[in-house]
Design a protein around this ligand. Sequence first.
Ligand SMILES: O=P(O)(O)OC[C@H]1O[C@](O)(COP(=O)(O)O)[C@@H](O)[C@@H]1O
Ligand SMILES: [Mg+2]
Ligand SMILES: [Mg+2]
Length: 289
Amino acid sequence: MTVSDPVVEDVVATISRSATEITQGLIGRRGAVDEENPSGETQMEADVWADEMLGERLAAIDGVGQYASEERPEVEDCGEDPGSSDAYAVAVDPLDGSSNLRSNNSMGTIFGVYDAALPAPGEDLIAAGYVLYGPITTMVIATEETVAEYEMTGGERQLIERDITLPDEPVVYGFGGRVPDWPADFERYAREVEDELKLRYGGAMIADVNQVLTYGGVFAYPALESSPEGKLRLQFEGNPIGYVIERAGGRSSNGVKSLLSVEPDALHDRTPVHVGNADLIDRLEEALE
Ligand SMILES: O=P(O)(O)OC[C@H]1O[C@](O)(COP(=O)(O)O)[C@@H](O)[C@@H]1O
Ligand SMILES: [Mg+2]
Ligand SMILES: [Mg+2]
């Protein structure tokens, strides 16, 4: 199944082809480099390498006017200005969960295609999705039409399921941050959820969110006492994942409202992230009031 917008299809096909190379290229790139990304986090060799590969390939697509990534400070202009023409902007988290490289656990690649110049609110997304490097490599793509899952074989994607929606009965939860660093109102909510659902937390948002999409439940990287904006980045993580989960019938929230309606101030803004079954996110917002 191809995506009906040709530019989005090109973006998706480019990421699909790169996914196999990324899994193979992780070997030998599991160490840290002596640099920090714009969020002040240590970069791994594979973070920098995957960003360079995806940046070069995505910027070369006709109709992609901007490329931005978690790993580089500024938006790269690569053609038309997305704010004033037919071009789109692509925002990428080249490797999500790269601290899992050393321990060889799951990771992902996240992308969002915005019909606006970056930074932009998630309401300007026209497509978003992710690659999950698990025991097999899969891809989830959300567009205005559908949410679909693919298995990746040798750079080609094979449709497994379309019109994916979150199961009605939630099963799993995963919450990031150290418990003593959780604000008291979030901790009270977490205690309730713990009684109802099973813990699944693996340290890569994509892997944890894919469990929520598959089994139903809630994923959060909440506001912390030490970091009221949480850890995850709105443009590269919060918005794309909020879009996927909302397109699949769930809800996203920064604690107050949909992640997609948050106006960004800067490219690398962080935000508390909560996504999952609608009633679990409604309860979260009530708990944080
Ligand atoms: O190590 P922690 O605090 O549990 O953080 C894990 C979270 O941080 C992240 O790894 C941040 O993403 P990056 O690896 O892209 O920086 C998320 O994928 C994950 O949910
Ligand atoms: Mg990430
Ligand atoms: Mg990353």
